[in-house]
Design a protein around this ligand. Structure first.
Ligand code: DC
Length: 240
């Protein structure tokens, strides 16, 4: 850990932004983004922000209100919706209208609604400021779909994490079944393909690497190898 702190200190001096480092990580569902980003942030001693959780929190509200997923109806709901992101012992928690919903946002229903509602301009506008303010005030590893392209275009490092569709679906299926959810691999793969299509074909902020992204494919890498590789890429870039 001492070594890590030293690594970061050396790089902090070069960022010239009051010592704040912003690392943007984008990629498709199941690429291992959250797990890898969380581990890398921990290794660096900085905050990990999972922006997908914010879109999922909005989706939870839309599902509860049974609202049609279109821009105007959703805008009405958002006027009276409070989404908050808090850090409890370094772990991110999301709150919807004052209630901690962190454990309620990982269901297939919420995933699908988050994918369709995140294409709406009003939803993206509603969440943009919150994400940018966190990164302005804190060193962060922030993951999502448009972090490098829209949320933090001036990030110190931009990474695009990917893996084959089958590998990603298998990882997500294992994660869901380990949590006790009753889904088949085929269902997960089908849902994932639909979400991949939605996320990369929407008009605003579609999922795509930036020109200056480092692309990392984790298909053949274990979790430990992915974390190590990402950490080394980050250190090398920051030390240039
Ligand atoms: O990363 P995730 O699977 O938890 O994200 C849920 C959905 O939210 C995903 O289908 C796309 C959307 N999303 C987005 O549009 N932009 C982000 N920065 C993060 C997530």
């Amino acid at each position: 850990m001492e070594q890590n702190k030293k690594d970061i200190k050396n790089t902090v001096d070069k960022t010239n932004k009051n010592g704040i480092i912003n690392i943007a990580i984008d990629g498709p569902a199941g690429s291992g983004k959250s797990t890898i980003s969380r581990a890398v942030a921990k290794k660096m001693g900085i905050i990990y922000v999972d922006t997908g959780a914010l879109y999922r929190t909005v989706a939870l509200k839309l599902l509860a209100k049974k609202v049609k997923i279109e821009n105007d109806s959703v805008e009405e709901i958002l006027k009276t919706t409070k989404v908050e992101l808090k850090f409890v012992k370094g772990e991110q928690k999301v709150f919807l209208d004052g209630t901690d919903v962190t454990d309620k946002i990982r269901t297939p229903d919420v995933s699908m609604t988050a994918s369709s509602s995140s294409a709406l301009p009003n939803v993206r506008k509603y969440l943009l400021n919150m994400q940018q303010s966190i990164a302005k005030e804190n060193s962060v590893v922030m993951d999502g779909r448009d972090i490098g392209t829209v949320v933090l275009p001036n990030a110190d490092i931009k990474i695009f994490l990917t893996a084959s569709a089958e590998c990603r679906a298998k990882r997500r299926w294992l994660e869901l079944t380990q949590k006790g959810q009753n889904v088949t691999y085929e269902e997960v793969l089908k849902d994932q393909k639909e979400r991949d299509y939605n996320d990369s074909h929407r008009k605003i902020a579609p999922l795509k690497p930036c020109e200056d992204s480092v692309i990392i494919d984790t298909t053949e890498l274990s979790l430990e190898q992915s974390v190590e590789h990402l950490y080394n890429v980050i250190q090398n870039k920051l030390n240039k």
